[in-house]
Design a protein around this ligand. Structure first.
Ligand code: TRP
Length: 328
């Protein structure tokens, strides 16, 4: 049977953290064994909000190396660079004709991004979900593993697929988001916000943070009042997030985490959490250091060649479906 096509992407905007690992990379690694997977470095998307591209080459290679270190496997998945597949831009131009601008202006992430980057205010931000739809539909992906924050973009992708089919005849299946069941990872210093690389450095644990830094950051993490370790996401959300982290990093069920550390107090709980997080990160960091930049570039080049071949074939079919003159 033909495997389902899965595609997702991430913008190379700096170091990855535990939220990226549990929310995306760990799941991506799991789905790659029984799906036809495409993992895309969304470098064109990162241009919409980056103030400077001075570091983009470095962050692109670093992020790709972390993907490999975290378990993405170029033998089983296609790992590729968006900007090196020009068909994304071509399909973007086609899709840009299908939606009224007003629909894009209503997109909640458009409002958020323009609020966060008032200087930018570019057409690229408005166009962001249209380019994302092109990323997904260019490979005819049917499943898109993303965080809940991406839901509006998947809805717009489905709308574009429907409108294309109505206008030019049935072609695209509407893709579905695959949301993670994993608990969300929150900021260590502002536990009501999600962990984010745009937060303070001590608010997130980077995948490359060493043991000492992990210990310090966890030591400084906000907890709720009291001293007992109880799992109560309503009354003690900050502590519940840390318990989630110990559960996720150790693989132990929440009940066991609580019963093991219940009476021991915050300090010893935090020590155990720091050890568990480091024990998980160290092998990833060792693999990270084992890659030479030239090897990573080759892996990305091979994946991109594979992706491009599929993109060219599918874009050819799309143009034919529209009825554009074929000069070949
Ligand atoms: N917008 C996504 C994010 O910020 C990244 C992305 C770009 C993406 N293209 C995609 C995700 C296609 C899934 C599919 O997380």
């Amino acid at each position: 049977m033909k495997k389902e096509i899965v595609l997702s992407g991430m913008r190379p905007t700096g170091t990855l953290h535990l939220g990226n690992y549990f929310g995306a990379l760990k799941r991506w690694s799991e789905v790659q064994s029984d799906h036809d997977c495409y993992w895309m470095v969304a470098d064109l998307h990162s241009l919409t909000t980056l103030e400077s591209t001075a570091d983009i080459e470095k962050t692109t290679l670093e992020m790709t190396t972390l993907w490999l270190a975290a378990g993405l496997d170029p033998e089983r998945s296609t790992i590729f660079l968006q900007s090196a597949v020009p068909e994304h831009g071509e399909l973007n131009a086609i899709f840009a004709t299908l939606l009224p601008t007003s629909m894009l202006e209503l997109n909640p992430t458009y409002k958020e991004m323009t609020a966060e980057h008032p200087k930018s205010g570019s057409f690229g931000i408005l166009n962001y979900p249209v380019l994302q739809a092109a990323d997904i539909l260019l490979y005819k992906a049917s499943r898109v593993p993303v965080g809940r924050d991406q839901e509006p973009h998947i809805e717009i992708t489905r709308e574009i697929a429907r409108r294309f089919n109505n206008k030019f005849g049935e072609f695209f299946a509407e893709p579905h988001a695959l949301f993670s069941e994993t608990p969300k990872i929150y900021s260590l210093t502002e536990p009501e916000k999600k962990m984010s690389k745009s937060g303070r450095p001590d608010s997130y644990i980077g995948l490359l943070d060493d043991e000492k830094i992990v210990r310090e950051k966890i030591k400084g993490a906000i907890t709720d009042s009291g001293s007992e370790i109880v799992y109560d996401p309503e009354q003690k959300p900050a502590l519940a997030h840390l318990i989630d982290l110990l559960h996720l990093s150790s693989g132990k069920p929440i009940e066991n985490v609580v019963s093991e550390h219940g009476g021991a107090g915050y300090a010893s709980f935090k020590t155990a959490l720091a050890e568990s997080v480091s024990a998980m990160l160290i092998p990833i960091q060792e693999r990270f250091r084992s890659y030479k930049p030239a090897d990573v570039k080759n892996i990305l080049a091979d994946g991109t060649a594979k992706a491009r071949a599929v993109a060219q074939k599918n874009l050819g079919d799309i143009k034919e479906k529209i009825g554009l003159l074929n000069l070949k």
